[in-house]
Design a protein around this ligand. Structure first.
Ligand SMILES: *[C@@H]1O[C@H](CO)[C@@H](O)[C@H](O)[C@H]1NC(C)=O
Ligand SMILES: *[C@@H]1O[C@H](CO)[C@@H](O)[C@H](O)[C@H]1NC(C)=O
Ligand SMILES: *[C@@H]1O[C@H](CO)[C@@H](O)[C@H](O)[C@H]1NC(C)=O
Ligand SMILES: *[C@@H]1O[C@H](CO)[C@@H](O)[C@H](O)[C@H]1NC(C)=O
Ligand SMILES: *[C@@H]1O[C@H](CO)[C@@H](O)[C@H](O)[C@H]1NC(C)=O
Length: 365
């Protein structure tokens, strides 16, 4: 009985991790770049498409806030609870470690009691908007493999945009809009991820699913649903990853959709509770985030199965005689044919598309 419950829970909670990392061999692991085989001429290398394992990408990011001085505690401030203006025991003081709420606390270990979190200044300048950009940068292209999950310590924002960049922060595009009222905030019809189909997978939607702050106090998370989007091709429990990989192989837009170098959380309006903003007690309104989850893997164009963090920088350990942070070029003397991304097909080992020696180069076979 105990075991049954354990396994059931485990199955529900980690179905994606399993699907992504431990799917049956028939679907391909893509965790090996080459293996030795015996041929008539003796030992030879067999090359395969490969990619690094998915992991917690928050260990490798840089965080920047805009405005930079928006973190609470300088000068020290006392906050009241959103749902109870007489409960004012939340003190923020940047000079005292126990009372400070710096941005790093969004990425520290969860499960501490009390929770640690980043917190903004309060909405002192109401009705001037209280807006904050939180920018997460990897300085490396990465591929998302699981939902992005933000956990808010106080109410969830009433308006927010999640944006992404694919060019190291030069240009930004929205990933998803969040509001208590999508029409009012962004003149967009409210939708949910369940409204998406294979054809409309790349549509950018506004959702009202994650913005109710006051009534649903126990629901503290805001999600960007990667798994549900994968499921449009891979089936509800991601049992058909081959189908997803096949699509990723042939549709560059789809591959790029899940690929980022940076994320930006644009907090546009804090939770104000069920009533009007109480102008006499603006210390009830602020943003506080206790956790941000970003699961993914380095994008290595299927030419590396490992990615290392060295001197503050992520880089693929390129195989197949490719090079560059994303293995997106052929190594010197290996320009015998044009560089090409590896392919997930045919399942299960894919095609390595290795770089071959230049015809007239100094290196010969
Ligand atoms: C942040 O700095 C700007 C100018 O440097 C200033 O106008 C603003 O009041 C500061 N904000 C806070 C919350 O201290
Ligand atoms: C309003 O905020 C102050 C602190 O700024 C607090 O002392 C007070 O109890 C709060 N509540 C009300 C209802 O005024
Ligand atoms: C946040 O980023 C957006 C663009 O992504 C920019 O327009 C805005 O000025 C930035 N700063 C703030 C405080 O919102
Ligand atoms: C980003 O990585 C490149 C090398 O790929 C490096 O030259 C640059 O300094 C890095 N930028 C930051 C902000 O770390
Ligand atoms: C890459 O080049 C080296 C040196 O010539 C060679 O030993 C190796 O087998 C090559 N690898 C691939 C994947 O072609």
């Amino acid at each position: 009985m105990f075991w049954l419950i354990f396994f059931t829970l485990q199955a529900v909670c980690t179905s994606v991790a399993h699907a992504m990392q431990h799917y049956p061999a028939a679907w391909g692991h893509y965790d090996v770049c080459k293996s030795q085989i015996y041929t008539e001429e003796g030992l030879a290398w067999d090359y395969m498409a490969c990619q690094p394992e998915a992991t917690d990408m928050t260990k490798y990011l840089r965080v920047a806030l805009d405005p930079p001085n928006i973190t609470c505690g300088d000068p020290p401030e006392t906050y009241c609870a959103l749902e109870n203006p007489y409960m004012c025991n939340n003190e923020c003081d940047a000079t005292t470690e126990e009372l400070a709420h710096p941005p790093e606390l969004m990425f520290d270990f969860e499960g501490r009691n009390p929770t640690t979190f980043w917190q903004s200044t309060s909405w002192k300048k109401y009705p001037k908007p209280l807006q904050v950009n939180i920018t997460l940068s990897w300085n490396k292209t990465i591929e998302l493999t699981d939902d992005i999950v933000l956990t808010f310590e106080s109410g969830r924002p009433e308006q927010m945009v999640l944006e992404k960049s694919l060019d190291y922060g030069r240009t930004w595009t929205p990933y998803q809009f969040y509001a208590t009222d999508c029409l009012d905030a962004f003149t967009m019809e409210p939708k949910t991820v369940n409204d998406l189909t294979q054809r409309t997978l790349l549509d950018i939607i506004c959702t009202e699913d994650y913005s109710r702050g006051y009534v649903w106090k126990n629901d503290k998370t805001v999600r960007f649903e990667i798994k549900d989007r994968f499921a449009l091709f891979a089936g509800p429990r991601l049992h058909n990853m081959a189908s997803l990989y096949g699509q990723l192989d042939t549709t560059k837009n789809l591959r790029d959709f899940f690929t980022i170098t940076d994320l930006r959380i644009r907090l546009l309006k804090p939770a104000t509770g069920a009533t009007m903003v109480d102008e006499n007690n603006l210390s009830r309104y602020f943003y506080a985030i206790s956790d941000i989850k970003v699961q993914g893997r380095c994008k290595c164009n299927l030419h590396a199965n490992s990615c290392v963090f060295d001197k503050g920088k992520l880089g693929c350990e390129c195989e197949h005689n490719t090079t560059g942070p994303d293995c997106s070029r052929c190594k010197k003397h290996y320009h015998g044919r044009a560089w090409s991304v590896g392919s997930y097909l045919p399942i299960p080992k894919g095609t390595a598309n290795i770089c071959i020696p230049s015809n007239h180069g100094p290196v010969r076979k």
